[in-house]
Design a protein around this ligand. Structure first.
Ligand code: SF4
Ligand code: SF4
Length: 164
């Protein structure tokens, strides 16, 4: 029980400071952020090993789209359940990972970059073996996250970020 105290303390202090907090265990992790207010369509959560660029809408790989509830309130946390992630800067669009994935969790997204659906990925790791440029990573290797809001016009607005 003692070992959870620093994590809880970190979450409380960081949220008070207005940031995103990520805590991780062997099965994935929990990402928390301050309440988001605004008339947005939805939120987009991106994760990547590279430095994020708040001005670049193509930064990173989307691994969660977050919708408000029926009252228009956005959730303040999301579970990341061990899904693997493609680092888009390295992807050469060979699609070998799509053929290898046993559950159909990988599709080709914008600019022919592979995207892994976190809701489908069972974290088997097969895609990492076939990728010729080693650009697919286990969740424990994620180091950066950013939260974007999507306006009614479809424009992405950077909200918060974290370096793990
Ligand atoms: S880790 Fe397995 S389930 Fe997840 S995307 Fe790769 S091949 Fe598919
Ligand atoms: S195997 Fe690697 S390079 Fe090929 S599409 Fe998948 S992520 Fe991109």
């Amino acid at each position: 029980m003692k070992k959870f105290i620093p994590v809880i303390f970190l979450i409380l202090t960081s949220l008070a400071a207005g940031s995103v907090v990520y805590s991780q265990d062997a099965n994935g992790g929990l990402l928390q952020w301050d309440p988001v207010e605004g008339d947005y369509q939805h939120l987009v959560l991106r994760g990547s090993q590279v430095e994020y660029d708040a001005d670049d809408p193509d930064w990173g790989a989307v691994f969660a789209t977050i919708y408000s509830d029926s009252a228009g309130v956005f959730p303040c946390s999301v579970m990341i359940e061990g899904a693997f992630i493609v680092e888009p800067g390295g992807c050469i669009s060979c699609q070998l990972c799509i053929a290898a994935c046993p559950v159909g969790a990988i599709t080709m997204g914008a600019d022919d970059i592979a995207i892994i659906s976190p809701g489908l990925c069972i974290a088997c790791g097969l895609c990492t073996y076939v990728c010729p440029v080693n650009t697919i990573f286990a969740p424990s290797t994620r180091t950066h996250f950013a939260l974007f809001a999507v306006s009614e016009e479809g424009t992405e607005i950077f909200l918060q970020g974290i370096e793990q």
